[in-house]
Write a protein that binds this ligand. Sequence first.
Ligand code: UD1
Length: 418
Amino acid sequence: MQKVVIEGPVSLSGEIDISGSKNASLPIIISTVLAKGSCLIGNIPNLRDTRFLVSILKDLGCRVDFQKNVFAVHSSVISKKSADYEYVRQMRASIVLLGPVIARYKKFKIALPGGCSIGTRGIDLHLKALKLMGVKISIRNGYVQAERKFSKLKAIKHKFSKISVGATQNILMAATLAKGKSILKNCAIEPEVIDLIKFLNNCGAQIKINKRTISINGVEDLNLHNHEVIPDRVEAGSYILATMASKGKLILNNFKPDDLTNPLELYKSMGLKIKKLSNSSYQFSCQNLKSINKISTKEFPGYPTDLQAQVIATLLKTGKRSKVEENIFENRFIHIPELRRFGADLKIKEKTVEINKVSELYGAEVMATDIRASFSLIIGAIISKGTTTINRIYHLDRGYEDFDLKLKKCGVNIKRKK
Ligand code: UD1
């Protein structure tokens, strides 16, 4: 398994082009199975997860292609009605295929996505809404077997019992081809959901959004349309935090500040300085990093859970005690034992981590555990004295395009090893 070796400490300095959003790309790629025709989707990051999703669609019979950050659909017709365990177990987001596929085809089966290192992450919200839409669902031999009872899905008026990004995407996609007008309440309104809606509306869907309510007028069919995916706000936030932790100066291109309003306000109170260079280029610097009393993760527009591990790593060397509370996932602190290997003083109390000041951190051998947790180890490595080896970097390759090349360009001594 590949690893990276980083020599610290180092200040991040230079310029990085932010890639397209992984979490927007995945559902948009999936949604192409809803529509007829052909299209090109640009700004897709070349990541393990996006390549993998393209191979799932190819396995299902779609004629698709992925080259140089462009995903091309020649035909979205599915000939194989089963998404197999071998594929699905590697990427939880594949469950989002179920809604759009069953909207267009009568039967489909998909392997249960299974557990995950950051919590149980059920799919009950997805299945409950699909059942209400007229899908017969049974779980057999580790598969969700779905069969549409009527010639079309039924429109529903439904309030999700919990806010879920994946369930919102799944059900809103299914509703685009349903009979009648669906009204979904308590929806996720993350920028990645909004980008999906923009794409679907350009393909002929009739979707409106008002606060957390999404209404969808079902249409007869959709026609594919070209699209450019939004920049990755989590990748951008991760590099901004690395800049703050290392007292660096960084220019980010292809950056969209509106998608990161809440984190940027918090980071400014921690000492971040932002200079606008153009509509999509911003300079970030931080000479005096301050601690913060408490950060709590919350659904958008709140502080994202996907930037929780990285902000903990950023706070490792600051003055007073800081606290970070995780409210989205029940077990998203697996990076804490790894960060302690650098010498960090971290205490977990239920869903809160308390960060205490240490005067020095030292490089260590650590292990990447999930996509975002892994970036906290990069931050740990660049603020620690000496050599850090990060094992199992396939997690980083799942979510951060060319992360080693981008860091190298900003002065980090980083080497990828087999
Ligand atoms: C998406 C993102 C992930 C991000 C997360 C929360 C993608 C590919 N992934 O994941 O990076 O961390 O949103 O912003 O876009 N839940 C249930 N039952 C369900 C569905 C979810 O209980 O049927 C729970 C989950 O266990 C979790 C919470 O709801 O505690 C939120 O999860 P959800 O928003 O669904 O996350 P994902 O869509 O999987």
